[in-house]
Write a protein that binds this ligand. Structure first.
Ligand SMILES: *[C@@H]1O[C@H](CO)[C@@H](O)[C@H](O)[C@H]1NC(C)=O
Ligand SMILES: *[C@@H]1O[C@H](CO)[C@@H](O)[C@H](O)[C@H]1NC(C)=O
Ligand SMILES: *[C@@H]1O[C@H](CO)[C@@H](O)[C@H](O)[C@H]1NC(C)=O
Ligand SMILES: *[C@@H]1O[C@H](CO)[C@@H](O)[C@H](O)[C@H]1NC(C)=O
Ligand SMILES: *[C@@H]1O[C@H](CO)[C@@H](O)[C@H](O)[C@H]1NC(C)=O
Ligand SMILES: *[C@@H]1O[C@H](CO)[C@@H](O)[C@H](O)[C@H]1NC(C)=O
Ligand SMILES: *[C@@H]1O[C@H](CO)[C@@H](O)[C@H](O)[C@H]1NC(C)=O
Ligand SMILES: *[C@@H]1O[C@H](CO)[C@@H](O)[C@H](O)[C@H]1NC(C)=O
Ligand SMILES: CC(=O)N[C@H]1CO[C@H](CO)[C@@H](O)[C@@H]1O
Length: 456
């Protein structure tokens, strides 16, 4: 209890300039959204590797492997869709661990009919539970791929295809062109296939190495601008030192409009309507959000909970307002200068994302498997929460100027809408805080403690 009474220390002038410097750095590091460059994950990409394993009488058998090298952007249900354009008149005789969505016109083939004759095939993953004789390693997860930081073992997806009417030497084979990746919506741009060194495979007993006949790679990168998404999440704030709860900005993710779009949201008192209105079908699942002033499918609440002498504590709550989505393997990226001294984190996993040497202010947080890695659909179970304990660095720590609040938050890789900085809960009399206000505050805290103890 003694620690609770510690005054909110810190030299104000120093802190103000620090805040200004930080804001300056921060505003300079916000990139124009046209660039497919993510400052928090500069090397993030999805690499699609084609390994030609054997030649066949009229072509080759290839194993295609997609590596999700992105730290925090995963591919969730209904999964990835990969397309390309053949350079010649290739056909796909057969596939394992994946399938094309359309066969196309195979009328000129008699007897053996190819799996797909389209010039621009579109491939999707098979579903879990596919018979073993149609599976290969890393297939059949319904197109769901985890992120590299969260679960590298499940950040890979593979399928195999037998290609005909193709070349049968590394001189006559032509690489496919115009790769497209939907994951599941737009957002990714893929570069051209680049032929490189053939992949070497080591047998499990480490006693023999084989190699592919030929290997090429395609790299795809994400751009939020291309995805053209309306925001999908927002941030609300509160603190122990101010009763105000700063909610998500109004219409952060869209407005409730009964006139032009009746039923654009679900009244929480009649949530059973949701399942009727939004049957699970193909393609992107449209959010079916609970009616609110912000209309976001997901809200992240950051509550500055306690102040100790050497530590301070934050509670994070993620709430699902979407009746059409269970967010599996959700993740959060949070930027706050005190992440360099995160001491304890309860019931979430943590990884520091350090894109810049010496700047350790960004963390990735995600749920514990089988405990809270699933953010259930809107309703009583639709939230997950955690508490974070930070160690104070006397030279930077302050409750002034909203310093204790996050600089930005991403949910599943999407930037969440923050309240405007001038709306953050301020310390009482923040502008010119005389010593007495500390006393008042201490007394207030004491009083509320006494109150709590009295009624506990
Ligand atoms: C893709 O990501 C991997 C892993 O971060 C990196 O090694 C590779 O250079 C990246 N490729 C491109 C073309 O950026
Ligand atoms: C094709 O294979 C030969 C050796 O078998 C190799 O020297 C050549 O670089 C390869 N060409 C390509 C385009 O991979
Ligand atoms: C590449 O694919 C896109 C979409 O499938 C299509 O609009 C475009 O015309 C294609 N370009 C070429 C050169 O095939
Ligand atoms: C293709 O990508 C894989 C995975 O990053 C890498 O191991 C391999 O060296 C790359 N190969 C080529 C030919 O670029
Ligand atoms: C839309 O309808 C709901 C209830 O049907 C109502 O609570 C809400 O105020 C209406 N919103 C507008 C913008 O009219
Ligand atoms: C979410 O999961 C629950 C429990 O597994 C299930 O009953 C519900 O139908 C799921 N909702 C959606 C939208 O998939
Ligand atoms: C960043 O913080 C984490 C956790 O406190 C620590 O493990 C990591 O070494 C730090 N990295 C740097 C570059 O300071
Ligand atoms: C709490 O913060 C709000 C700004 O969000 C401010 O208007 C209000 O005056 C603060 N309350 C106190 C007691 O200082
Ligand atoms: C109080 C404290 O532990 N401060 C440390 C916070 O982290 C930085 C960098 O990691 C250290 O230099 C500080 O000593």
């Amino acid at each position: 209890m003694e620690s609770l009474l510690s005054p909110l220390t810190g030299s104000i002038t120093k802190l103000t300039s620090f805040t200004l410097l930080f804001l300056f750095l921060f505003s300079c590091s916000t990139f124009t959204p046209t660039e497919a460059y993510d400052a928090l994950d500069p090397n993030g990409n999805i690499t699609i590797k084609w390994d030609l394993m054997t030649w066949t009488p009229d072509g080759y058998v290839a194993v295609v492997t997609m590596f999700n090298f992105q730290q925090y952007r995963h591919i969730q249900a209904p999964g990835w869709t990969l397309g390309w354009t053949w350079a010649k008149k290739e056909v796909i005789w057969s596939m394992m661990g994946g399938q094309t969505t359309e066969q196309g016109d195979c009328s000129k083939y008699k007897g053996n009919v190819p799996h797909c004759c389209k010039k621009d095939p579109t491939v999707v993953d098979l579903l879990p539970g596919t018979p073993y004789n149609q599976q290969i390693a890393n297939c059949c997860k319904g197109g769901v791929i985890n992120s590299w930081a969260q679960d590298p073992a499940n950040a890979v997806s593979s399928f195999q295809l037998s290609v005909g009417a193709a070349g049968t030497t590394n001189k006559t084979v032509r690489v496919p062109k115009n790769f497209t990746l939907k994951a599941p919506g737009p957002g990714y741009t893929c570069g051209p296939a680049k032929i490189g060194k053939p992949t070497k495979f080591v047998t499990s007993d480490n006693r023999r190495t084989t190699q592919a006949m030929m290997t090429w790679n395609v790299t795809c990168t994400y751009s939020q601008f291309l995805a053209q998404k309306t925001p999908t999440c927002c941030v609300s704030l509160s603190s122990f030192y101010n009763d105000t709860i700063v909610g998500c900005p109004t219409c952060a993710c869209g407005c409730q409009n009964n006139a032009t779009d009746p039923g654009s949201c679900v009244d929480p008192n009649t949530p059973q309507l949701a399942s009727v209105v939004n049957p699970r079908g193909k393609g992107i699942i449209k959010p079916m959000v609970q009616c609110s002033s912000h209309m976001c499918p997901v809200r992240i609440h950051w509550h500055v909970k306690l102040n100790y002498k050497e530590y301070w504590r934050v509670k994070i709550t993620i709430t699902n307002f979407n009746y059409a989505m269970n967010y599996s393997q959700w993740n959060l990226v949070v930027q706050h200068p005190n992440f360099d001294n995160l001491t304890t984190l309860f019931s979430f996993h943590y990884k520091s994302l350090t894109p810049y040497e010496g700047l350790n202010d960004t963390a990735m947080l995600w749920g514990v498997k089988f405990y809270n890695d699933l953010l259930s659909q809107a309703g009583p179970l639709g939230n997950v929460q955690s508490e974070l304990l930070f160690r104070k660095d006397a030279s930077t720590f302050t409750f002034e100027k909203g310093w204790a609040f996050p600089r930005r938050i991403y949910f599943n890789g999407d930037n969440c809408v923050m309240p405007p900085p001038d709306a953050y809960p301020w310390l009482p009399n923040a502008s010119s805080r005389p010593i007495i206000s500390i006393l008042v505050q201490a007394i207030t805290i004491l009083a509320s403690l006494v109150f709590l103890l009295a009624y506990a």
